[in-house]
Each structure stands twice: as structure tokens, then as C-alpha cells.
Write a protein that binds this ligand. Structure first.
Ligand SMILES: Cc1ncc(COP(=O)(O)O)c(C=O)c1O
Length: 414
């Protein structure tokens, strides 16, 4: 009898659809930055030394104050942190934001697991399944992955290097708005372009958002890494208070992406209420990291000044090296630590693979990111790469030499 039932069950299952993962699981893209890891590992196995300029993983040492404070943790327990963050940690952020003219109360801040999680929580707070969010392209790729994960459509507003990634006219923005549009994202300074948005451009974005009743998600992960003017925060503009959601991180300004600490900041109570409920589901941000970061966050000005100078010097080196390479064009970035270069190749992806697989110069190779995947519009960016200048200056100079020799050899290959 049991066997009969089993046979019946098997034949019934014969007609069932096959075991299958979700559509979102199938359609989400693999990180275009990390997908070359096997080629990189193979090159390293062959004994090739690879200059890695592909990921935004800063090489600058973590401020010693972090580890010093960490050692002072002396409880025998490691409890969950409260979802809204430890009061001392939230207070450190409140002190930090004051220097940008932003006065916050504890309920305006929720710590997150890096800015990556802040992106997810902010997008989920403003958009439902099928809603649309405006983004400038090329775009930091996590936005693309998260939008697939939550069923939100990203609508690209194309920017181009030829005019320094300038904000298009209001008409261009307006033409992208539909009844489903919920927000516009602005990353300042920007990854991957290195663009620093001018005050004028930002006020246009805010005005556009207010006219259309949209949220502005302002990703200010690289706030202090700017080579022109002073670090600022969009929330200092009181006009934007109800619409703006700032998302932030310690990863880049303190060179500590491994800490996984960021935050969502907004004056909009409904947004913060929703973010808090989402955040409660994943409980909290690391207890030790919050504890050890407080004094760092409060002293950010002192810590970030030399970091900014270092990146500026690197930017100059990379920009002038790229400008001297025949057929390469790029615009000079004013912030973050990235630069986009247009190469004299048909497919930057094939070139990058060839560099790492088939090319060495004095037993060195260089790893950069092709950026077609940073675009939403198909076909854009095929001949472009992004360089993250996350190596010390002497190494960076060598890496640029290898890239230049690689381009030359690629042009002459049979
Ligand atoms: C623009 C931007 N936002 C968010 C993130 C995520 O940063 P975090 O390490 O804080 O999660 C990055 C990381 O590269 C980024 O470039």
C-alpha cells in the first residue's frame, strides 16, 4: 500500500514543474567587480604579480584609534546591539553631522550593516514591487542587484564623460517620471564616475524631486573624499528635509569596509519608522564595531584630511598617466577614488580578461573593472573601464605603466 502511494506520488511529480529557484535569483547579476576572481587567482598561481585596481577596497591603514578602542571592550558578553543603535554610537553620528550644519535627534539615525544595507533599507522604504526609481548611469552596481531583489525598476538617466557627467536638463529628468516613480538616487561624490555634484546641480535635483513628490536617496559614502570645496551633506538644505534620505558609511572615509557600519539618516518620520521595522527583522549592527567606532566618528575631520590628500595625489597620477595613453580618454574626477577611462578597444571586458590571462610586463599584470555592467542601458560603456586608485603611489605608477604596455600590446596582437 505504501509503495502504491509512493508510485502515485512519483508519477504525480513527473508532471510538476522542475525544482527551480526564484526569478529574482536567476536574474540578479553577479558582481562585475568580483567575477574575474578566478582569473586573478590563476594568474597569481602562475607567479604573476597583479596590481589590483578593480575593487573599491582602500589600502590605507585603519586609524589606530579604532583598534585601541576595541581593546578597551571589557564585558564578558557580546550582546545584540539595540536595533536603533547604541545611544553612544548614535550620539557619535549626531556630533559628526553637526560639522555639516545638520542637527539631528537620535530618531533621525539608524545604524546599518554598511551603506550596502542602507541602500536596501532606503529603497524598500520608498518603493514597492513594480515601482520605479530614477538613477544616473553609470551606477554603483549594488543598486542594480538590490532593485532586482526587491522587484523595483531602475530607470536610467544617462550621463556621459564627454560633458563631465553633468546633470541633464530638467526636461530630460521630467521625461523619465511616470505615475510609478518614487525616488531619485544621487551618489555624491560618485562611484564609478568620481563626479562631484555641484551645489547648483544638487539643488536642481532637490527641486525636481519636490515638484514631482519624489524621495531623494543621497548616497554620501565618499563625503569627505573630494578634491574641490568642503565636505557637505544634502540634509543641510532645509528645503529638502522631508524628501531626503541620506545613506552613509564608515567604509571609505576611514578605510574600513570590513567594519560593515553605515547608517540611514532622515528627518522624514514615516521613512525612519519603516526603516526601523525593516532593521528590526535583521536585529542589529555589530556591537564591537559600534563600540570601537564612536571616537573615530567624532574625530572624523582630523582623520579624513590626510586621506583626502592622499587620494588627490593618486588621482593626479592616474589622470595624467591615462591622458598620456594613445587613444584613451577620461574626464578628471573631483571626488571618491575612481576614474572611468574610454579605451581604444572594442570590448573592455575582453581586454581585461586578456590582460590578466595572457599579458605580463616584467612579470606584472593589472586588474581593472570593465563597466558595461555599471550601465542599465544595453550597449553603453562597452569600451570603458573603472580604475579604483587603491594602491600606494609608487605601485600606482607601476600599475599605470603595465596598463599602458598592455594596451599597446593588445593593439598589436595577432
Ligand atoms: C556609492 C557606494 N554606496 C555604497 C557602497 C557600499 O559601501 P559599504 O561598504 O558601506 O557597504 C559603496 C561601496 O563601494 C559605494 O561605492
Amino acid at each position: 500500500m505504501a509503495l502504491l502511494q509512493y508510485n502515485h506520488f512519483v508519477s504525480y511529480h513527473f508532471f510538476m514543474p522542475r525544482l527551480q529557484i526564484s526569478r529574482r535569483g536567476q536574474s540578479v547579476i553577479a558582481s562585475p567587480i568580483r567575477k574575474f576572481l578566478p582569473l586573478l587567482q590563476a594568474a597569481q598561481k602562475r607567479g604573476v604579480e597583479v596590481y589590483k585596481l578593480n575593487t573599491g577596497d582602500p589600502d590605507i591603514a585603519v586609524p589606530p584609534l579604532f583598534f585601541k578602542t576595541l581593546k578597551q571592550y571589557n564585558s564578558p558578553n557580546l550582546p545584540y546591539a539595540p536595533t536603533p543603535g547604541f545611544p553612544s554610537h548614535v550620539n557619535a553620528w549626531i556630533q559628526y553631522y553637526k560639522q555639516f550644519g545638520v542637527r539631528l535627534e537620535p530618531n533621525n539615525i539608524i545604524p546599518t550593516v554598511g551603506c550596502a544595507e542602507a541602500i536596501l533599507l532606503a529603497l524598500m522604504a520608498v518603493a514597492d514591487d513594480g515601482d520605479e526609481i530614477l538613477v544616473f548611469e553609470p551606477l554603483y552596481v549594488s543598486y542594480k542587484s538590490f532593485s532586482v531583489m526587491i522587484g523595483v525598476k531602475l530607470v536610467p538617466i544617462p550621463l556621459s564623460a564627454e560633458n563631465n557627467f553633468a546633470l541633464p536638463s530638467m526636461n530630460v529628468l521630467q521625461a523619465k517620471v511616470t505615475a510609478k516613480t518614487k525616488a531619485i538616487v544621487v551618489i555624491n561624490p560618485d562611484n564609478p564616475t568620481g563626479k562631484l555634484w555641484s551645489d547648483e546641480e544638487l539643488s536642481h535635483v532637490v527641486r525636481f524631486a519636490k515638484i514631482n513628490n519624489l524621495f531623494v536617496v543621497a548616497d554620501e559614502t565618499y563625503r569627505e573624499i573630494r578634491f574641490v570645496g568642503k565636505a557637505s551633506c544634502l540634509l543641510a538644505d532645509s528645503e529638502s528635509h522631508n524628501n531626503t534620505i541620506v545613506i552613509d558609511s564608515v567604509s571609505k572615509r576611514f578605510s574600513m569596509p570590513g567594519a560593515r557600519v553605515g547608517c540611514v539618516v532622515s528627518y522624514n518620520e514615516e521613512v525612519m519608522g519603516a526603516v526601523l521595522k525593516f532593521a528590526q527583522a535583521r536585529l542589529s549592527v555589530g556591537t564591537l564595531e559600534q563600540f570601537a567606532l564612536d571616537s573615530l566618528i567624532k574625530q572624523s575631520k582630523k582623520i579624513t584630511a590626510p586621506i583626502r590628500k592622499e587620494y588627490q595625489a593618486r588621482r593626479d597620477i592616474v589622470y595624467s598617466a591615462l591622458s598620456a595613453m594613445p587613444g584613451v580618454t577620461c574626464s578628471k574626477p573631483d571626488g571618491a577614488f575612481y576614474i572611468i577611462a574610454k579605451l581604444p578597444v572594442e570590448s573592455a571586458e575582453e581586454f581585461v580578461k586578456w590582460l590578466i590571462r595572457d599579458f605580463t610586463y616584467k612579470n606584472h599584470s593589472v586588474m581593472v573593472s570593465p563597466i558595461a555592467d555599471f550601465y542599465i542601458t544595453p550597449g553603453r560603456g562597452k569600451d570603458e573601464i573603472r580604475i579604483a586608485y587603491v594602491l600606494k603611489i609608487p605601485l600606482l605608477k607601476k600599475a599605470m605603466e603595465v596598463l599602458s604596455k598592455g594596451l599597446e600590446a593588445y593593439g598589436h596582437r595577432k
